[in-house]
Design a binder for this molecule. Structure first.
Ligand SMILES: [Zn+2]
Length: 184
């Protein structure tokens, strides 16, 4: 009954009009591959691959699956850029803004933790994937065991700057997540 997954290459938008017309419990599978995905200023994910299952639920579509790829990170100690593998699980709900059978707007709760399917029944995975990837990344990335450490300006005081850098990065991530919630 499960057909082979459809491929989505370097694109994050799915037309889910047909699935929205189907009964609760109906499914679609997609293999998504993206050469790159912007995460935030100065950070991007590369070679992203996600295996996704879209399930029709009562008030929209549930997206579940897994994601893996590489991300460009900045080391909190030496400030060099480096790449690290990431992987994580996905579970996200998307709600339509337009009722597929009546064509009337659907009143969605602004505060809930869901993503929107737009008026043309397009489900854009990009923002959801971005948030999932950011949550898999280390809050205080270190480039590796052979990290050259702090530059000489910090000599004698290795600990304090590392705490500052980590807190700063955490604050940036929290701000980004807050911002993206506000946009919805
Ligand atoms: Zn380093």
């Amino acid at each position: 009954m499960d057909s082979a997954p459809a491929s989505l290459v370097n694109d994050t938008i799915l037309n889910v009009a047909q699935l929205l017309k189907e009964n609760v419990g109906q499914k679609r599978r997609y293999d998504v591959s993206l050469a790159s995905l912007d995460l935030d200023e100065g950070t991007e994910a590369r070679d992203v691959s996600a295996s996704l299952k879209l399930t029709r639920i009562a008030d929209g579509i549930l997206v579940t699956g897994s994601i893996a790829g590489r991300a460009k990170l900045e080391c909190v100690r030496c400030l060099n850029e480096f790449e690290a593998d990431f992987s994580g699980d996905i579970e996200a709900q998307f709600r339509p803004t337009i009722d597929i059978s009546t064509g009337l707007p659907v009143g969605n709760d602004e505060d809930d933790e869901t993503f929107e399917i737009d008026d043309n029944h397009h489900l854009d995975l990009a923002e959801m994937l971005r948030q999932v990837i950011i949550l898999t990344l280390p809050i205080r990335p270190v480039c590796g065991d052979d990290c050259p450490g702090f530059t000489s300006e910090f000599r004698g005081g290795d600990e304090a700057p590392s705490e500052d850098a980590g807190d700063e990065r955490l604050a940036v991530l929290e701000q980004l997540l807050d911002d993206s919630r506000d946009e919805r």
